[in-house]
Design a protein around this ligand. Structure first.
Ligand SMILES: [Zn+2]
Ligand SMILES: [Zn+2]
Length: 340
């Protein structure tokens, strides 16, 4: 079978490798779509030079062979979680498997490493396979992984049904946040950042604030008053975080979702942080429970998959797919190893 390997900056190859065989508690799937996320883009661009990488972690697939005890049927469309979780560290045991010590250990790793989603076939533990319903395609299922990250982020925000959530950044992950937030009954305000000019996704929000160069705090207050319960920053780095900390109401939460440079200066309004008991926190990846919730969300049709998926490429054209993904970050570029 074929498998993509990131071997050097701006160079990804397709290699012939032996087909995997499934073990007793494992499932063999054929990959029908794999979304190109920022991780793969950074490795491709050379910003994260971890070569060789067997990339691809946003997988929609078709079951080929599964143990009968799993209830999975061959031919069924599923989302596959490729994040390693040991299941046994203090984080995994306390329901925070996204922080798994084993998965985040770093240090000397086996080479080549990676989730291998850009392959024809995958063998995965049955607990990492999630059906997405009869109506969903593999490309829909490939959006479950980024949706799981968003589900985790919305939980971190503490925003409850009826409350107002601000989402900074109207790119792919901003649009996913707005869709998932509406599905859980939140009111939404989308805030465009300077970056959204050339990488915007189609979004649905109750209110959209444009990045017009004016004072964003004033624009947001003028549009929605002082009722913002929580904010998620998907773009705009410290400028968005500073604005978010100003516009959330007392008791509010600000979640940093965007993966920013190692260190950026931040102008903190400490008196407001203290007297408003405002929380600034981060959100990273997802737990298995988030993944299951995201699979249900995609199965329900609440995620506008059509508007968020960009061009699709065959696995043989993965180099072109990477160039396209880097140039068009507003929608998810897909690689289709095995068309259905
Ligand atoms: Zn991803
Ligand atoms: Zn663990």
């Amino acid at each position: 079978m074929k498998q993509a390997v990131f071997v050097a900056p701006r160079h990804v190859e397709v290699r012939d490798v032996p087909e995997p065989r499934r073990g007793v508690q494992e499932v063999l799937v054929s990959v029908g779509a794999c979304g190109i996320c920022t991780w793969e883009q950074r490795v491709f661009r050379g910003v994260r030079p971890e070569y060789p990488l067997l990339g691809g972690h946003e997988v929609g697939a078709v079951v080929v062979d599964a143990p009968s005890s799993t209830g999975l049927r061959s031919g069924e469309v599923v989302a596959v979680s490729l994040l390693p979780r040991c299941g046994d560290c203090p984080f995994c045991r306390s329901g925070r498997s996204n922080l798994c010590s084993y998965a985040n250990a770093g240090g000397p790793q086996r080479r080549p490493h990676g989730p291998k989603g850009l392959s024809d076939l995958l063998v995965v533990p049955h607990v990492d396979v999630f059906p997405v319903g009869a109506a969903a395609t593999c490309q829909d299922a490939a959006l479950v992984e980024p949706t799981a990250c968003v589900v985790h982020s919305l939980d971190r925000s503490g925003c409850r049904p009826g409350e107002l959530l601000a989402v900074f950044g109207l790119g792919f992950t901003g649009a996913l946040h707005l869709a998932a937030a509406r599905a859980r009954g939140l009111r939404t305000v989308g805030v465009a950042t300077a970056r959204d000019v050339d990488a915007r996704a189609p979004v649905e929000a109750d209110v959209v604030i444009e990045a017009d160069g004016r004072d964003p705090v004033r624009s947001i207050r003028a549009a929605v008053g002082a009722e913002v319960a929580a904010a998620v920053v998907t773009r705009g780095s410290s400028a968005s975080v500073e604005t978010a900390l100003e516009i959330v109401r007392p008791g509010g939460q600000v979640v940093l979702f965007e993966s920013v440079a190692p260190s950026v200066p931040l102008n903190l309004n400490l008196p407001r942080l203290r007297t408003g008991e405002i929380v600034l926190t981060g959100s990273v990846s997802h737990t298995r429970e988030d993944f299951a919730a995201a699979a249900s969300l995609v199965a329900s049709g609440a995620v506008p998959t059509g508007g968020l998926v960009g061009r699709a490429f065959e696995l043989a054209d993965v180099q072109q797919a990477m160039l396209h993904a880097v140039a068009h970050p507003g929608r998810r570029t897909m690689v289709v190893p095995r068309p259905r």
